[in-house]
Design a protein around this ligand. Structure first.
Ligand code: RAT
Ligand code: ZN
Length: 424
């Protein structure tokens, strides 16, 4: 993992920090990637990259076509339209559009002036055995944590079949048990759970609670999940007597505690604000930090990894992490994953928390996206670190390369593993 992109400046500090940042393998702690053995769930290549929901939202703002017309097209045709709209008729200046340019460049393809047909034709051979490894190496990602939904019929079948065993080279993918269906839409689950052999009722009886606990434990073990996760709305409150609240308190938190697993809470998403945009239709809302305080205080033997989607929540989240050692702040998530905001948030976290947080995760859905998500994030993180090291040296503490290495290791991988293994 020694890939270091061309130097962008002559600043010696920046060069050193960039070199270390690029040499330190990342644990990409939240992605939506799957290794190839997961078949159709594993997305890769130009058409999947172009039809990423971030780019769909940007295209549909300006495309002279109804939403329905757009959705009725094949994936290839949608990709054509996105390329034409954002890369031919306009300058690909947004973060997600620039990301495609970064990927193409790192794969040795010049984007400007090329037709999409040409780019598709010149794409490196994806059937090659080492392709996935090569992409992870280009991004400097050592391991990527997937998002694994035990309620998704397609994914479930794969885990239950022998195909779920990692093939050589695929052990760089780790699992995370995602419980959105349980915690955000329990009503639809009892019938399915009964069919799968769990005695779960729509009323949360003692037996149901025990059976749901058994379900989570079994799936966590089957997947060898490194944590349990859920995304939550901006209106998330706890405790509030809701089904979600009861399930959290009686099922999810006890199982996580008993198994020593962190619970990742991704708070602040407003699903389906514009349902016509389908997967591109979710938005953001400011959430109530008191919920995080309450959970950390009332469940001191549970570990919480928390990211919040709204910019307005970032400062209070960092302050809350100062108060609770069972809280690990992570990532500049989704609409925050833009250089201006990653810079601002990382700077503030370093000032309030030192190096005791996880600065970024990629949220990549398409394999090659790890290239741009990490290239862009690493540039910003390196620049912020340089600023901070310079300030510290001026204050009278000379910073060595060994110091920088130790810090970057903590930020990119050590904090994740130490928190996961923390005993409370
Ligand atoms: O960032 C994204 O791609 C979002 O669509 C979501 O996947 C979000 O990150 C989530 O995990 O819910
Ligand atoms: Zn995600």
């Amino acid at each position: 993992m020694t890939f270091v992109p061309e130097q962008s400046g002559k600043n010696a500090w920046l060069e050193k920090v960039r070199e270390i940042v690029w040499q330190t393998p990342v644990v990409d702690m939240h992605t939506h990637l799957f290794p190839r053995r997961f078949g159709k769930l594993s997305l890769t290549g130009m058409d999947d990259l172009l039809t990423y929901h971030y780019l769909i939202a940007e295209t549909l703002r300006v495309l002279p076509m109804t939403y329905d017309e757009y959705w009725s097209l094949s994936k290839e045709r949608r990709a054509d339209l996105i390329w034409q709209t954002l890369f031919v008729e306009r300058t690909p200046i947004s973060e997600a559009a620039r990301g495609v340019v970064t990927i193409l460049r790192r794969l040795g393809l010049e984007a400007k002036g090329r037709s999409l047909a040409e780019l598709r034709a010149n794409w490196p051979d994806r059937s090659e055995a080492g392709y996935t490894e090569r992409i992870l190496d280009l991004a400097g990602v050592g391991q990527a944590v997937m998002t694994n939904d035990p309620f998704d019929p397609e994914e479930r079948e794969i885990w239950l079949s022998s195909v779920s065993t990692a093939r050589p080279g695929e052990n760089r993918f780790l699992a995370a048990l995602r419980l959105d269906a349980l915690l955000n839409d329990y009503g639809s689950l009892p019938v399915r759970l009964n069919n799968w052999g769990y005695r779960a009722d729509s009323v949360l009886t003692e037996e149901t609670v025990a059976e749901l606990g058994r379900f989570i434990k079994e799936w966590t073990e089957r997947m060898r999940a490194v944590y349990v996760a859920v995304s939550l709305p901006d209106t998330f409150s706890f405790p509030d007597g809701s089904t979600r609240s009861i399930l959290l308190e009686r099922v999810v938190l006890p199982v996580c505690r008993d198994m020593g697993l962190p619970l990742a809470l991704m708070i602040g998403v407003k699903r389906g604000v514009n349902p016509a945009l389908l997967e591109a239709g979710d938005s953001v809302g400011k959430a109530d930090i008191r919920v995080v305080e309450r959970l950390c205080a009332d469940f001191p033997h549970n570990k919480f990894m928390v990211t919040m989607l709204s910019r307005e929540n970032q400062h209070e989240l960092a302050v809350t992490a100062r108060k609770f050692r069972n809280l690990m702040v992570f990532g500049s998530w989704w609409f925050l994953n833009n250089p201006s905001l990653v810079g601002e948030i990382t700077r503030m976290r370093l000032e309030l928390l030192g190096t005791s947080f996880i600065p970024q995760h990629s949220d990549a859905r398409i394999l090659e996206q790890v290239i741009y998500k990490w290239a862009h994030a690493k540039e910003v993180i390196a620049q912020v670190l340089v600023e901070k090291y310079r300030d510290l040296s001026e204050a009278g503490w000379p910073v060595s390369a060994a110091d920088i290495r130790r810090d970057v290791e903590s930020l990119f991988e050590g904090n994740f593993w130490r928190f996961k293994n923390l005993k409370l």
